[in-house]
Design a protein around this ligand. Structure first.
Ligand code: 0L1
Length: 270
């Protein structure tokens, strides 16, 4: 039997095979059965699949752009029966400039959500044995911005367990950030956020939905990144988590996210 531990249960060849399955499905715009229907996969092994999946993207010339946090609302955590957040990796190919267009034709079930984004200015550190303090966070940050994230799941029927969604890079598909503003002097805890689709309000929430304070999510991002041996780096973006539930984003839809004090960011799906 495979050894259980930080590295998880799967052998390297198995990790590579599972990563290839998810990557090829995403490239072909199709979905696949969840991995856990066929194999035993724990969360540490699922993170190895995630890393291998993203390595395939990097081998095609994409560059690491940051991380996204998932299951940052108590409601979603309870729904999944988990008590920690998860993270996924962002690449530059997932980024869409403000006001740009996003091709959703290759996505299976694209859904958009409003988020707060942080820009790393100096290496924050913050591993499991030395979590970041609010003062460390302030020092490490170069900016804060309003953002959107588009989630897409590579699984049939959009159904998965926790290891499945971790392996599938936490459903990361695309993201966009508005203008970066200085982080000092801005309290990101209770920003009112609105998602409009084609000019109609589709969701309203507060940045407080993100673990009660998006900075907590950033501290968790630093911890998970250090734990994974890939610490957060200057210039990287951290998407802290959703302020509302995710809303379907069909082709032809124009989306605008507004956050009190942070302005707005827009994208059109085609
Ligand atoms: O952003 C997130 O909460 C990550 C998991 C999303 C799972 C999904 O709804 O696809």
């Amino acid at each position: 039997t495979a050894e259980q531990g930080r590295e998880g249960t799967a052998a390297d060849e198995e990790v590579a095979r599972l990563a290839a399955r998810l990557d090829e499905a995403a490239l072909a715009g199709r979905t696949v059965p969840r991995l856990t229907d066929a194999v035993r996969l724990d969360v540490p092994a699922a993170y190895r699949v995630q890393r291998a999946l993203v390595e395939r993207r990097l081998a095609r010339g994409e560059r690491l752009a940051g991380v996204k946090m998932g299951f940052t609302s108590r409601a979603k955590m309870a729904q999944m029966g988990v008590d920690d957040v998860i993270y996924g990796l962002l690449t530059d190919a997932m980024a869409v400039e403000d006001g740009g267009t996003l091709d959703v034709s290759a996505l299976a079930h694209p859904r958009i959500e409003p988020e707060v984004a942080f820009l790393i200015g100096t290496p924050p550190g913050g591993g499991p044995s030395s979590p970041l303090s609010p003062a460390d966070v302030e020092r490490a940050l170069a900016g804060v911005a309003v953002a959107w994230e588009v989630l897409d799941s590579r699984y049939d029927g959009f159904s998965f367990t926790l290891p499945d969604v971790v392996a599938d890079n936490a459903s990361a598909a695309a993201f966009g950030v508005g203008r970066w503003l200085p982080a000092d002097g801005l309290d990101p805890r209770t920003l009112g956020m609105v998602l409009e689709l084609d000019g109609r309000t589709a969701a309203v929430g507060s940045s407080a939905a993100v673990l009660g304070d998006p900075v907590r999510s950033l501290i968790a991002a630093a911890r998970l990144a250090e734990e994974a041996g890939t610490p957060l780096l200057p210039g990287q973006v951290v998407l802290a988590g959703a302020a509302t539930a995710a809303v379907a984003l069909p082709p032809g839809t124009h989306a605008r996210v507004t956050a009190a004090g942070l302005g707005r960011v827009e994208v059109t799906a085609r």
